[in-house]
Design a protein around this ligand. Sequence first.
Ligand code: AMP
Ligand code: TRP
Length: 329
Amino acid sequence: MKRIFSGIQPTGEIHIGNYVGAIREWVRLTEDYDCIYCVVDFHALTVEYPVDEMAKRTLDTAIVLIACGLTPEKCKLFIQSAVPEHTELAWIFNCVTPVGDLERMTQFKEKARQHRGNVNMGLMDYPVLQAADILIYKAEFVPVGEDQIQHIELSREIARKFNGRFKPLFPEPQVILSRAPRILGLDGKSKMSKSLNNYIGLLEEERTIWEKLRTAVTDTNRVRRYDPGNPHLCNVFTIHTAFSEKGLLEEIERDCRSARIGCIDCKRMLFERIIEEIAPIRERVEEIKKNVDYVFEVLNTSALKCREIAKRTIDEVREALGLLSLKKG
Ligand code: AMP
Ligand code: TRP
């Protein structure tokens, strides 16, 4: 089976954009690929964060991933900082990555603007660590949302540079783009994200989810209830496409265009669909929380297996670089 790698930051609350844009796809792909998934805590160090919350956020993220179906029977799931070989490879990749390539990264430019007072080296180096995450396992495919395409392109570039200069050890990883690659936030303008506070959290109370959805921006041309709407200009409809069946979508499209239903009707249907899909996940989260030892066991076992693979790659890389080996024999 071909290998997949992907990662998610432990930013605290996982939102429905992460869920349909990444996690739900990750679960599906476990059927056909050898999958390695990772909570990338080292990536999260690149911006300021509450130190006393990091461990909890990391654990909570892992719990949600398991509850979504990323169980040890289906894939490996571990915490990035438990496999230090990632950072070793990142250093080596630093030495084949032009600074200019990193300065051009959209995410870097955005984050540098958001965190003017703390534009650290890690922030700029973020995509190099990401390339190391993927390539240390020689993964060929990386399932992500649209925002990560540029980073995966850079991973290919880094693999190509290393292979050309030293030894052809690495595949050039390809994106598997999510079927919901870019979910906008409730403002209907920017990408749904934790930092913009325009999200619906997977674990938020039903009441809060409804309040957020109720006030979400729709087709802005539709002002009065009896104005016909255009679903293709409506973010609520886009979110519907990630949660609802074809039949319901066709019905909504028709009834919105003819103004038979209003935005609030459409939102109510979406609310029901979201709750239906995420309720079992929320129940499993509660179950898993009662047995945190199980989570530690899953993460530890995976980390050990991943370290084995990572160490083998590092040995090959060290040799390709021409470093002095102190191993006997
Ligand atoms: P992050 O939370 O930035 O670590 O993202 C984890 C995964 O979720 C990545 O594969 C992202 O591409 C994906 N993702 C994040 N936000 C969205 C969004 N608004 N729509 C679709 N996918 C997303
Ligand atoms: N940068 C990714 C994000 O913000 C997270 C990530 C880190 C990742 N390492 C990765 C994704 C390797 C895919 C592969 O979403």
